[in-house]
Design a protein. Structure first.
Length: 213
């Protein structure tokens, strides 16, 4: 091929050889330039994709921490619900707090009677349960129930400071029991004394599989 090309160039005039060589060089330059442009375009696309992937990865790393913390907190809460010792007796921790709370009690007159809160605050009514998630009839699955039990002070009044000391003891309990409803009545004869008309103690109960209705 080289001999044929040399022979062909040899039969040409100097001007023709110059034109042919120039044309060949131009074609070669165009081919090389096109190849370089194509490769650079591919490299640019890859670089853009890598930059996008790095940005996405950085965002994932940024969000992963809070997400994992929330997931761990949700799993810990679910485990607490499953092992809640007061799931069917939210009144028990409240009653224990009432035993420990000393109060100034008045039934009539102006004389305080020293007592403990459990002597004047009594459990009343039945245990009530209701699901937190309403499902279509027949659908099953895990369910969380709110469980309620009521207390009532049927007669007499307790000093307001002692009432709030008792409520503080209940709120400080490290469990899933809480006061969900509270109705207080001031004594008209002495506004420093209160009657707990209704106190509702509540907790949560987890059930792995709710039975269909």
């Amino acid at each position: 091929m080289n001999a044929g090309l040399s022979g062909s160039l040899g039969r040409m005039s100097p001007r023709e050889r110059t034109l042919v060589v120039t044309l060949l060089i131009s074609v070669l330059v165009l081919v090389v330039a096109g190849a370089v442009w194509f490769v650079r375009g591919k490299l640019k696309t890859k670089q853009d994709q890598l930059a996008k992937n790095r940005s996405t990865l950085a965002q994932i790393h940024k969000l992963a921490g809070p997400y994992l913390e929330k997931r761990a907190a949700a799993e810990a809460l679910q485990e607490r619900l499953k092992t809640n010792p007061d799931a069917l007796s939210p009144d028990s921790p409240v009653a224990n707090a009432a035993i420990k709370t000393k109060v100034r009690y008045r039934n009539s007159g102006d004389t305080d009677e020293p007592s403990s809160m459990n002597k004047v605050l009594q459990v009343t009514g039945d245990l009530k349960q209701r699901p937190l998630l309403q499902r279509p009839r027949g659908q099953t699955g895990p369910q969380i129930y709110r469980v309620d039990k009521e207390f009532q002070m049927r007669r007499g009044y307790v000093h307001v400071d002692d009432v709030f000391t008792f409520l503080g003891e209940v709120e400080a309990l490290d469990n899933l029991v809480y006061v969900s409803r509270l109705e207080l009545i001031r004594w008209t004869r002495d506004p420093d004394y209160l009657q707990i008309k209704t106190l509702e103690a509540s907790t949560l109960r987890f059930e792995d599989e709710e039975k269909p209705e």
